[in-house]
Design a protein around this ligand. Structure first.
Ligand code: GLA
Length: 412
């Protein structure tokens, strides 16, 4: 797949290409950074409209890829090695294909998202190629907008051997998820990689996380997506809290499955079944299960409400999701709660909730076109006085999934 860059993309592309040419010339003055060989990749982050913590329970999610993106410019070479400069961090890191191993101790540096993707691609039998590259990202880290999935998807394009057959986006997403699960040690589901791989401009994706299939759900033209960043990024410790949530859900499914033969995961549990077995579950596990079972229902109801333009229902569904994530799943934070409160009280805001894994990060709001700036003004005015933090408000465009941009056709 190739894509073209818009105006701001052009400026960004030119900047990346210039940096890569300068680095290549500096490192090997004899060689010429050949534009013909150079590749340019972009992979978006995502915002999840609804369906939180349902993906690893084989349920449904409704994310959209947004214009917060990771870009890589690279020059493939014959060495089995990747050397990559993060322009944001002004740091160059590298890894060799021979030393790829999921075994590790201590913290993982950012390059390991690329190394993990290389490892997972090789495990899946895909050929990979080394490169010298530069990376730049506008996806805030740890904010629930899937910065790591965007890096993995960008890596999956940069590492691919040009001309080799590429797996379809859902299959590639599963490979990138493996990088995150087995290499980085985070038991995430498939949503983030899937959305970054398969996103469609102007559409949300209804993903069936058991079948790993999706259908598109148009976002009504009269609504904008506004992402408000609480500026409280989650940290590594929260990755272990995430993994604990996953085990609690799996335990719930197992305990219910002891009495209900058809139950493989919480996807197979409906509200009546949950009620029948509620008393058998440890209290915390019961709460987690209640969230997941009801959240699956809210995803389907949201798809219907979007289709029929039922704004009141959208508001109620987002509110119920947020409350459930706060009280039953316990992954919200005081800052996220304040952000949702401010948004909900703003005229023109249709629906608002925390988005992504929580423990800090961002909220997502559906806002009537024309009211985006009132939400921004209100958040910039009220949030700092209530939290002593400076928020960021992003009116998000919904974009296509990851791909390679045709450099040849660009006048850089
Ligand atoms: C993170 C994970 C996803 C998903 C969400 C919660 O973004 O990477 O797989 O579980 O949290 O919905």
């Amino acid at each position: 797949m190739t894509a073209t860059a818009d105006g701001s993309g052009l400026a960004r592309a030119a900047d990346l290409v210039r940096h890569l040419e300068a680095l290549a010339a500096q490192e090997d003055p004899g060689a010429r950074a050949d534009r013909e060989l150079m590749r340019l990749i972009r992979a978006p982050g995502r915002v999840n409209l609804i369906g939180e913590y349902t993906d690893f329970n084989e349920g449904w999610v409704l994310p959209a890829a947004i214009d917060r993106e990771v870009w890589i410019a690279c020059l493939p070479w014959d060495r089995p090695e990747v050397v990559l400069t993060s322009l944001d961090l002004d740091q160059t890191l590298s890894f060799e294909f021979d030393s790829l191993s999921p075994e590790h101790s201590g913290a993982r540096p950012w390059i390991d998202y690329i190394a993990g993707t290389a490892w997972a691609m090789r495990e899946a039998g895909l050929p990979i190629r080394g490169f010298r590259g530069v990376l730049n990202s506008t996806v805030p880290v740890g904010s629930g907008l899937s910065s790591s999935a965007a890096v993995e998807m960008a890596a999956s394009w940069a590492l691919a051997v040009p001309g080799a057959q590429r797996p379809a986006p859902p299959a590639m997403a599963l490979i990138a998820q493996r990088a995150e699960n087995a290499y980085m040690g985070v038991g995430c589901g498939i949503m983030d990689q899937f959305a970054s791989a398969a996103g469609r401009s102007g559409q949300a994706l209804l993903i069936d996380c058991r079948a790993t299939e999706s259908s598109t759900v148009p976002i009504p033209a009269e609504l904008s997506l506004v992402v408000c960043d609480t500026r409280t990024p989650r940290d590594r410790l929260d990755a272990s809290a995430y993994n604990v949530r996953r085990s609690e859900c799996e335990l719930g499914a197992r305990l219910i499955g002891e009495h209900e033969p058809g139950v493989r995961s919480l996807r197979d549990v409906d509200e009546a079944m949950l009620e029948r077995h509620f008393h058998r579950l440890p209290e915390v596990v019961a709460r987690r299960c209640e969230h997941v079972v009801r959240e699956n229902g809210r995803v389907m109801a949201t798809v219907e409400a979007l289709a029929s333009g039922d704004l009141d229902s959208l508001g109620r569904l987002f509110a119920a999701s947020h409350t459930s994530l706060r009280d039953l799943f316990q992954v919200s934070s005081p800052e996220l709660d304040v952000m949702v409160e401010i948004a909900t009280a703003t005229p023109g805001v249709v629906a608002s909730r925390m988005t992504g894994a929580g423990f800090g990060g961002c909220t997502v709001s559906l806002v009537s076109k024309g009211s985006e700036e009132s939400l921004r003004d209100r958040v910039l005015r009220e949030y700092p006085s209530r939290t002593k933090l400076t928020p960021m408000v992003h009116i998000a465009a919904v974009v296509d999934g990851a791909g390679e941009i045709d450099l040849a056709g660009m006048a850089l």
